[in-house]
Design a protein. Structure first.
Length: 82
């Protein structure tokens, strides 16, 4: 299970609007809105392919300028449950 932290750069004045749009994706957890118009979020998906697809969708969101990876970790659920 990939878990990643990303920084989403937004057009000026659109951070709150984009935050609302990103919350629609169930795999995006918003952690902080920065004064510079960026959003700190955590993505949690089942596969790397799903994560890539999610980031691609986020980058295509109107008002999003960039999505940058800040942290990435792979967790195996079976290992965590034993």
């Amino acid at each position: 299970m990939p878990v990643s932290s990303v920084v989403v750069s937004c057009q000026v004045g659109r951070t709150a609007e984009i935050e609302s749009r990103l919350k629609i994706y169930g795999q995006v957890e918003i952690h902080h809105l920065l004064d510079n118009g960026s959003i700190i979020a955590v993505l949690e998906t089942d596969t790397v392919d799903e994560e890539v697809s999610l980031v691609t969708e986020m980058m295509q969101t109107d008002g999003v300028l960039d999505v940058r990876l800040a942290y990435h970790n792979f967790e195996d659920l079976q290992e965590l449950q034993t």
